[in-house]
Design a protein around this ligand. Structure first.
Ligand code: OFO
Length: 183
């Protein structure tokens, strides 16, 4: 009896996405190491926490594929890119990686829609929301870096921002959760 509930194409796309999430984790890990070496312990703390989150995303996809009766093939994770030039560059690059991942998530959503695989479509909605949160979160951090001097951020402004990053939440509040009392 065939208990596989995923098509070949979706199974492959989800497998690839799993590797992409693992790659995202390695990127944050690598940027975190770079930040720590620069003395930006707060930014490093944030980036390490985020590496952990991306690893969790990988695990969610792995669990889903197995739950649907398909198979997983654990593949090699590409090398993370070279170190950023400065803290603004670090988060600009992180933002580009997130946008690239969002595009990949949207492709799977589209594929599941075209195949009328509503279970996968529904599963992927969690990732759509997560990507919106992550993009928003990095945009917010980039705004703060800009206030602290952008590419030339240094001194007390950068020190304070770095210290605040230790307690920066892992997820941004989205527009749909805002109210007039709490804009
Ligand atoms: Fe997996 O959420 Fe970012 O990339």
């Amino acid at each position: 009896m065939n208990t596989n509930r995923l098509s070949k194409t979706l199974s492959k796309a989800l497998n690839n996405q799993m590797t992409k999430e693992a790659h995202a984790s390695q990127i944050y890990l690598s940027y975190g190491c770079w930040a720590r070496a620069q003395g930006y312990d707060g930014f490093a703390n944030f980036l390490f926490r985020h590496a952990h989150e991306e690893r969790n995303h990988m695990m969610k996809i792995l669990e889903y594929v197995l739950e649907r009766g398909a198979t997983i093939s654990v593949e090699a994770i590409p090398m993370p890119p070279p170190n950023p030039d400065n803290i603004q560059d670090c988060f600009q690059k992180a933002f580009s990686h997130e946008v690239d991942n969002t595009i990949s998530i949207y492709k799977i959503v589209k594929m599941s829609f075209e195949e009328s695989d509503w279970a996968t479509w529904n599963f992927m909605q969690w990732f759509v929301k997560e990507q919106t949160e992550e993009e928003t979160m990095i945009i917010n951090i980039l705004d703060k870096i800009k206030v602290a001097g952008g590419n030339n951020a240094k001194g007390e402004a950068l020190y304070t921002l770095d210290r605040d990053m230790n307690s920066t939440p892992d997820d941004a509040e989205l527009a749909q959760d805002k109210t007039v009392e709490n804009p």
